[in-house]
Design a protein around this ligand. Structure first.
Ligand code: MLT
Length: 236
């Protein structure tokens, strides 16, 4: 039986061997939730990049460019990191380059894996089905916050572990911790997260609707997969 492991921060990735495995990069609030939403609403592909100037350079090639730093849209970019920005009819059919404080870093740092997927509560079931079918070891790479642990990405890892129970072994300590945390939190994710640092940060920016949206499970039936430099919807 394959296993599911959890890496609580991209800074811990040097301790993990991703070779032969599937990495699932997750930044629930809000980068990977926005990416899943963007692809669901007709963005054709996404270039997830680490630096602001690298992202801006895509504009010359006709891309929409999106950037967030410390929860706020960066100056000079078309879009920020709210999932609601990507539900507008005007984005349909466009391609997107995106850089965020933590999420796009986690995706790029996961490249040693055989495959890099993007996960969020919004596409939890689709990710679970995809990895069950692939039947390979999985590592959930939590984006965290600037190298630190965060609760919301850990809760996603626990939710995925629950969906994979019986198909994957859950016996890594990090997975068990995430699994049990999710059992405690799942009846009221928003309430559980209300004191968490990023929810407080986003509340100060008055974006509670973003948080509520990102904590919904199984809204979209798609899995973004990294192919070369771009995230595309994986074929079923
Ligand atoms: C990130 O990548 O750090 C986040 O998505 C930040 C945010 O937009 O809240």
């Amino acid at each position: 039986m394959p296993s599911i492991d959890v890496c609580f921060s991209p800074d811990l990735l040097p301790l993990y061997n991703l070779k032969g495995k599937i990495a699932i990069a997750v930044d629930v609030l809000r980068a990977t939730s926005s990416m899943v939403t963007a692809l669901a609403h007709g963005i054709t592909h996404i270039a997830p990049v680490r630096q602001l100037d690298e992202c801006l350079a895509y504009k010359e090639q006709g891309y929409l460019v999106a950037a967030e730093r410390d929860g706020v849209k960066a100056d000079g970019f078309d879009l920020g990191n709210s999932p609601f920005h990507y539900q507008e009819e005007s984005v349909r059919g466009k391609f997107l380059a995106m850089t965020t404080t933590n999420g796009t870093q986690a995706i790029q740092l996961s490249r040693a894996a055989d495959e890099v997927l993007v996960g969020a509560f919004l596409n939890l079931g689709a990710v679970a089905d995809y990895v069950k079918k692939a039947n390979k070891d999985v590592v959930v790479v939590c984006a965290g916050w600037k190298g630190l642990f965060n609760l919301e990405d850990t809760l996603f890892a626990g939710a995925l572990a629950e969906r994979l129970e019986g198909h994957f072994t859950l016996d890594h300590d990090a997975t068990l911790a995430a699994y049990h945390l999710y059992q405690t939190a799942k009846a009221d994710l928003l309430g559980f997260l209300s004191k968490s640092s990023h929810v407080q940060r986003l509340e100060r920016l008055h974006i509670l609707p973003d948080i509520e949206f990102c904590l919904q499970e199984d809204v979209y039936d798609l899995v973004p997969v990294l192919q070369g430099d771009f995230l595309l919807i994986a074929q079923k």
